[in-house]
Design a protein around this ligand. Structure first.
Ligand SMILES: [Cu+2]
Length: 245
C-alpha cells in the first residue's frame, strides 16, 4: 500500500510539473532544423529536459521570451522574407503536443530589437489563430501535429530578428493570476533566432511591449472555457492586431 501511495504521489507531482508545452524544433519552408537549434529556452543544457512551464506573471520580464530568454543561443537560423516558418511544439519530444485541456488562442510576433526584448513597443504581431467555429487555435495545433506555420512578411528588411511564438492556455483563466497565483491564464512564449538573408525594405511597425501588452484589464485574459454558455472569445487573440505589411 505504501509503495502504491508513493507511486501515485509521484505521478501526480510529475503531471503537475510537466503537463505543459514548448517549441522543440523550427522548420524553414518545411525543412526541419536540428533539435533546439535557434530556440532561446531556459534549462537547455545537454541532458536536461527543456522547461515547458508557462509564464503567468504578466509583469515579469519573462513574459517576452520565457525564463532565460534574454540570453542569446549560438545559432541564428537563416531564412528569407516570404518563407514559411514553422514552430513545432511538444510537451516532451515524441510525446503529446500538450494536454487537451489547454484551449486558447495561438500567436506569433517579431522584433528586430534582439537586445531589447523588454523595450517599449518593440514587438509586432504577425499571426494569430483564435476561436473559429467553436474550435481554439491550440486545438488546431494539436490536430496539426504541433506545427504552427507563419509566413515571414514579404519584403522584410534583412537582418537578425527574434520571432516569438506564444499561446494563451485558458483552462485556469476563470481567475486572474494576480488574484490567485495558483491559477490564471498560462502563456507559453518561445523566442526563435532568425537571420533574414534576402528581403526588401519593409520595416515592422513597433506596436507592443512585453511586459505591458498583456495586462489584467485586457479582454480575453479572464475567461471561462468550461462554461457551456460562453461561446465567443472576446478578441481574436491577446497582443493587439496583426500587422499586414
Ligand atoms: Cu500546462
Amino acid at each position: 500500500m505504501k509503495g502504491l501511495f508513493s507511486l501515485l504521489s509521484f505521478s501526480a507531482l510529475f503531471l503537475s510539473a510537466a503537463a505543459h508545452t514548448t517549441v522543440w524544433y523550427v522548420a524553414i519552408n518545411g525543412v526541419q532544423q536540428a533539435k533546439h537549434v535557434g530556440i532561446r529556452k531556459p534549462d537547455n543544457a545537454p541532458g536536461v529536459n527543456y522547461n515547458n512551464s508557462p509564464v503567468k506573471d504578466l509583469k515579469s520580464n519573462d513574459i517576452a521570451c520565457n525564463r532565460g530568454g534574454s540570453r542569446e543561443v549560438p545559432k541564428w537560423i537563416d531564412a528569407n522574407a516570404g518563407d514559411d516558418l514553422t514552430f513545432i511544439w511538444y510537451l516532451n519530444q515524441g510525446d503529446d503536443i500538450m494536454p487537451s485541456s489547454h484551449k486558447g488562442p495561438v500567436m506569433a510576433f517579431l522584433t528586430p530589437e534582439i537586445n531589447n526584448i523588454n523595450g517599449a513597443n518593440v514587438w509586432t504581431k504577425i499571426w494569430e489563430d483564435g476561436l473559429v467555429n467553436g474550435v481554439f487555435g491550440t486545438e488546431r495545433l494539436m490536430r496539426n501535429q504541433g506545427k504552427q506555420t507563419v509566413k515571414i512578411p514579404a519584403g522584410l528588411k534583412p537582418g537578425k530578428y527574434l520571432f516569438r511564438a506564444d499561446m494563451a492556455a485558458l483552462h485556469e483563466a476563470d481567475v486572474l493570476y494576480s488574484r490567485n497565483s495558483a491559477r490564471g491564464t498560462q502563456f507559453y512564449p518561445n523566442c526563435i533566432q532568425i537571420n533574414i538573408v534576402n528581403g526588401g525594405n519593409v520595416e515592422a511597425p513597433k506596436q507592443v511591449s512585453f511586459p505591458g501588452t498583456y495586462h489584467d484589464g485586457m479582454p480575453g485574459l479572464l475567461y471561462n472555457i468550461w462554461s457551456p454558455y460562453l461561446s465567443n472569445y472576446p478578441v481574436p487573440a491577446p497582443g493587439g492586431p496583426v500587422w499586414k505589411p
